[in-house]
Each structure stands twice: as structure tokens, then as C-alpha cells.
Design a binder for this molecule. Structure first.
Ligand code: NAP
Length: 286
């Protein structure tokens, strides 16, 4: 299929490489063009602008936040009005997803992804996709090339973003719970590795506890797989949705503040799982 890919950050570069490997004809665009070079070296075409990347059947976007996606859609040489079906993988606000749905009434799919950069490289993402059924059918082979499973959330694109924001909130809540339990164990004289072995081997045998448990045990927060400022962005988007739908979410307030604390203390280049440091430090551990 002739497709465009816009946004070649940690996630986008890996996903675009898998689309290329699957045999698709790929045009790529990134704000900082040097990040496109490895893909161009392996057969992609460097597009001159976002609109230029959107002349095929599908254009996929994977950008940092609302402002970045707005620039690429509505800015100079943006993709609005282009012939390609826009498939948005970014984690964005419900409000922007609603706006994009209204402004691209001839076709828009929202398909945020679950999985960190390693999962993106291994084509092991989970795709949560919502949009018109025929558009989702068209995207099936593309999603199959980048992920291990696609979930269809319905025909209203913002529904997929609500699933994504809810999922990221639950990851942060799981990290918070693990960090508190591991800190309790450590101060009480039980090695956190032993605690994790018992819990992930019994009631908590889920990917989120295994993958983030390992990160917390090693305290391997750099290089960031998912940078804390992007995590804070997502908690802010979940909070806005909670206000819209009038849902008190007290745990969300805790993890959001722990993200603020760890960014203030450690800088922007730390992984979002480093909220565990805020928990440890509050308990007097280094
Ligand atoms: P990243 O490495 O920081 O990449 C961000 C991308 O957005 C880059 O291509 C960047 O371009 C572009 N960008 C930022 N501001 C822009 C602007 N104003 N105009 C145009 N382009 C702009 O981030 P990432 O980790 O790949 O994450 C990308 C998206 O995926 C985010 O929405 C994130 O929440 C979501 N996500 C991330 C993960 C993860 O584990 N990392 C997992 C699932 C979903 P430059 O190269 O020019 O800076």
C-alpha cells in the first residue's frame, strides 16, 4: 500500500521501519529531517512536507502531543484536505480527537498504541482503533505489520483515545502501587526482588507488573523509554477527560504530582516509571 508516515520519534521510527519491512511503499516526514535518514537509506521516500506525505491511500501520524499534531494537520502544508485517510496513533486529548473527527468527515481513524519502543521495534504493539468500519478494514494489514493485536473500539474515533488515556492512567497506578509495596518491603527487611517474585508469580502475573517491576527493581530510568513529560501530558489529558465526564479520580492526582516531583528533581530526560523515586524519597530512601 502507498502510505505516508509523519513523526519519526522513538515510536514512529520503529513503526515506520516495520511498515517498510512489510513491503509498503513509504513516504516519511519529520520536523527534524535527519531522523528520516535511516528510513530513507532502507527505501523510504523523504516527503517535502506533511501534505506531500499524504498523497497515498493512508497517512499515519505519531507525534508528541496535541500541539504537534495540530501543526501537522492544520499548519502550513498540513495534511488537512489531502487524499489519504488520516490514521492518528498519537496520545492526544479527547477534545482534539473530536475536532479531527469533525474536520475530516470523509475519513479519520484514531488508533493509539500500547507498548514501549522495544515493543514497537518488535512489531508487538497493541492497537486500539476506532473509526468507520471500511476504513478500519483498509488499515488491518498496516496494524498487523506493527502490532500483535488490534482492538476495534467502535466507529467514533475519540473512543479509542479514551481507552488509551484510561490505560496509561492504569499503568501509572500500577507503578505507584508497586513502588509503595516495594518500598514497604525494603524498609521492613524483605528484598523487593523477593516480593516481586511472589506477587508476579501469583495474583499479579500480568505484563505491566513484569515489565515495570523489572524497571523499578533495577531503577533503570535512563534512557527513558517513555519520557516523564509525555507521561505528565497524558495524566493531564486524562484529568481533562475526568472533568468533562465528571469523574473524580483521586489516584490520578497522586501519580500526576509524583510525575511533577520527579521531573522537577531529575529533569525531562527521565522515564515516567521514575515516579517510584518520589515514593522512595518520601519514605527516606535514596
Ligand atoms: P518522541 O520520541 O519524543 O517523538 C515525538 C515526535 O513528535 C517527534 O517526531 C517530534 O519531532 C514530533 N514533534 C514534537 N513536537 C512537534 C511539533 N511542534 N511539530 C511537529 N512535530 C513535532 O516521542 P515518542 O515516545 O515517540 O511518543 C510519540 C507519541 O506516542 C506520544 O503521543 C506518546 O504519548 C505516544 N506513545 C509513546 C509510547 C512510548 O513508550 N514512548 C508508547 C505509546 C504511545 P522532532 O524529531 O523534530 O522532535
Amino acid at each position: 500500500m502507498k502510505i505516508g508516515f509523519i513523526g519519526l520519534g522513538q515510536m514512529g521510527s520503529a513503526i515506520a521501519a516495520n511498515l517498510l519491512a512489510a513491503g509498503h511503499e513509504l513516504s516519511v516526514w519529520n520536523r527534524s529531517p535527519e531522523k528520516a535518514q535511516p528510513l530513507v537509506d532502507t527505501g523510504a521516500r523523504l516527503a517535502a512536507s506533511p501534505a506531500d506525505a499524504a498523497q497515498g491511500e493512508v497517512v499515519m501520524t505519531l507525534l508528541a502531543d496535541d500541539a504537534a499534531l495540530e501543526a501537522v494537520v492544520y499548519g502550513a502544508n498540513g495534511i488537512l484536505g489531502s487524499p489519504a485517510l488520516h490514521v492518528s496513533h498519537s496520545t492526544i486529548s479527547i477534545a482534539l480527537a473530536e475536532r479531527l473527527t469533525a474536520d475530516q468527515s470523509d475519513g479519520f481513524v484514531s488508533a493509539p498504541v500500547f507498548g514501549r519502543p522495544a515493543a514497537a521495534q518488535g512489531a508487538k504493539l497493541f492497537v486500539a482503533a476506532a473509526g468507520d468500519g471500511k476504513a478500519l478494514d483498509l488499515c488491518e494489514p498496516l496494524f498487523a505489520a506493527i502490532g500483535q493485536r488490534t482492538f476495534r473500539i467502535g466507529d467514533h474515533p475519540p473512543a479509542a483515545n479514551l481507552v488509551k488515556l484510561s490505560g496509561n492512567f492504569m499503568i501509572m497506578a500500577a507503578v505507584e502501587a508497586m513502588a509503595e509495596a516495594m518500598t514497604l518491603a525494603e524498609k521492613g527487611g524483605v528484598p523487593p526482588a523477593v516480593l516481586l517474585e511472589v506477587l508476579t508469580g501469583t495474583l499479579f502475573d500480568a505484563p505491566v507488573y513484569h515489565s515495570y517491576g523489572a524497571i523499578l527493581l533495577e531503577q533503570k530510568f535512563r534512557p527513558a523509554g517513555f519520557a516523564a513529560p509525555l507521561g505528565l501530558k497524558d495524566m493531564g489529558l486524562a484529568d481533562a477527560a475526568a472533568t468533562t465526564f465528571k469523574v473524580p479520580m483521586p489516584i490520578l492526582g497522586i501519580v500526576r504530582d509524583h510525575l511533577r516531583a520527579v521531573i522537577a528533581q531529575e529533569g525531562d530526560d527521565i522515564d515516567w516509571a521514575a515516579t517510584a523515586l518520589a515514593v522512595r524519597r518520601a519514605a527516606g530512601l535514596g
